[in-house]
Design a protein around this ligand. Sequence first.
Ligand code: ADP
Length: 397
Amino acid sequence: MADVRKEGAARPLAAVADLFAIDAKSALADSDSLMHAVLASVPDAMIVIDENGLITLFSAAAEKLFGYNAEEILGRNVSILMPTPHREVHDGYIARYMRTGENRIIGTGRVVEGLRRDGSLFPMELAIGEAEADGHRVFTGFVKDLTERFAAEARMQELQAELTHASRLSAIGSLASALAHELNQPLTAVTNYVSAGRDMLGDMSEHTKPLVYEALDEAAKEAVRAGQIIRRLRDFVSKGEVECEIISVTKLIGDSTTLGLVGAREKGVTWSIHVEDNIGDVIADRIQIQQVLVNLMRNAIEAMEMSSQKHLTIDVHAVSGDQLKITVTDTGSGLDAEVAANLFQPFVTTKATGMGLGLSICRTITEAHGGQLEAEPGSDGGTIFWFTLNRANRGEA
Ligand code: ADP
């Protein structure tokens, strides 16, 4: 292959000099050494192509990043550095730009995938510039390898997911005895109904037959109830990928209260739940939003331990066509003044065995869902926690 780097150097180099605001004439005077110096020292990978998409310059960083030597890639179509389907359509992009001047990428950076010589892909930030020399257009591409940044972000997300999961496990741990009690109730009921049914079988008459049916129906219902609690529990403690889906708000609230209100009745807590009619669906990770609700309910129940009035209210209403607001209000102690200032910071707690992580995780979850989580004093001493979520039927209200 001809030494394109040398022969084709003058034109692209003048253009590069333009981009760097270097006097093109003086640059050209010592074009060969300047070109080599520029190519060897640009920290980001730099690639220059002509108006046919053929590579005319390939910097040392580009060689390292893509795994090609400049000698072997100069003169080849730049699409070799792109995966399908971009590879097939890139010539078309340039041709359309040359024809119409319509610009989709030049002058703006974007994150795309690069294709290495060994066939592996990597994320990269690509900034494209354009210059003209001797009536010919050249395009300069600066490539930043994002592999490490993406890996670090993925690791952060993994750690966040692990922490969120650990917090769910800890919430369930503290509920263990109340949960055992909650499960015991339907199981005891099943035992009683089945025993009564069996006793009635000994004296089967037209009169006892419907009673046996009824006892077995009730036993089945109680078994289903116990099964539901176990299913919610299993889902809640599962590790699971974060998975946003369209969920019915009514079901979300119902599922969350199964765990959130465990043992509340025994503590003398009453509750009321208002969900606005036709509130529809939200787009959310079901388990994570349940986690937020369970956390707010458990905190509310704990805050009411010493209160004479113990009432928990959950209210769901639309704030716009796009968002809805879920409010958890208690009649508890109110927020401790010191805690209130840093309520959503990790490790802020007033509880002897508290970790102080719940609310900070809840806020991370709601923000990751495009919502907001806040607290304010209630009108009669308790606390109001509210958070917003995106509605699935956005804009229809
Ligand atoms: P933890 O429950 O482990 O303390 P959280 O982050 O869930 O962690 O809560 C932090 C602190 O916020 C609690 O220790 C408590 O002082 C305060 N708090 C949370 N919810 C309420 C509430 N409903 N009423 C009063 N104080 C609350």
